[in-house]
Design a protein around this ligand. Structure first.
Ligand code: IDP
Length: 225
């Protein structure tokens, strides 16, 4: 059964955030890339005019040709996006293992999530190209962020499409990316030990350094979809 096979999983792991803007998806993805050499596809780097969801899935599959695991870095905040990603990747990589990075969004916690994500995104606005260009002031950015929060559909591992996840890791969008990174690594290490074959568990200092580098490297992408 699933538990037995997980011990042998050493490749084709797709990490799928379910999140909104500013939760720390890219920061975690860059950290996993620097610590373990895992792949990373950012939705905003997919520039095709038509069929963007499919192109995103194809780019994820391509990463798996070279790397044992990868992060499918987009918000995946609605069930139809999660369904599309799981279905399209599975067509090319039938044995893919999907791990949901579930940035839990309880409606009762929305004010704290707003405070945390706005602070992160707006406080670095000077460095954000789109904002710098003057086309989007803080109000417009907040509106886009609100749109994602409003549309967010919680992950329900009991029903389709979220029952397609082999594992759901709950993390708190208001916690630091450093703390969330450690939770993610510990859970993956426990579930898929062979995915880390030959690599030591990173030390606390390694994780600090990976997060620091990721936050220096950052770009905040504000897009409508
Ligand atoms: P997203 O990919 O979910 O939209 P990121 O781009 O990773 O979120 O993060 C949004 C902004 O917040 C970036 O400027 C990033 O450097 C910063 N950030 C990420 N995690 C933390 C944290 O734990 N504390 C403070 N700032 C953070």
């Amino acid at each position: 059964d699933g538990e037995v096979t997980n011990d042998n999983v050493d490749r084709d792991v797709v990490i799928v955030p379910a999140a909104t803007i500013g939760c720390g998806k890219t920061t975690i993805a860059l950290s996993l890339r620097s610590l373990f050499g895992w792949g990373h596809v950012q939705n905003d780097n997919i520039t095709v005019q038509k069929g963007k969801p499919r192109a995103f899935a194809n780019a994820c599959c391509k990463e798996l040709e070279e790397r044992p695991a990868m992060v499918a870095d987009r918000n995946n905040h609605q069930k139809r996006e999660r369904k599309q990603l799981i279905e399209d990747i599975s067509r090319t990589v039938p044995n893919a293992h999907f791990v949901c990075l579930n940035y839990v969004h309880d409606r009762s916690n929305y004010n704290s999530i707003r405070a945390a994500t706005r602070e992160r995104v707006l406080s670095r606005g000077d460095n954000h190209q789109t904002i710098q260009a003057g086309s989007k002031g803080p109000d417009a950015v907040i509106e886009i962020m609100e749109g994602f929060m409003h549309r967010f559909e919680p992950v329900d591992p009991e029903s389709s499409p979220d029952d397609g996840f082999h594992m759901v890791i709950d993390i708190d969008p208001t916690a630091s990316s450093r703390d969330n990174l450690e939770i993610v690594i510990n859970r993956l290490y426990a579930e898929y030990p062979k995915l880390f074959a030959g690599q030591d568990m990173p030390s606390s200092e390694d994780m600090d350094a990976a997060i620091d580098a990721a936050m220096k490297d950052y770009t905040v992408d504000i897009k409508h979809e």
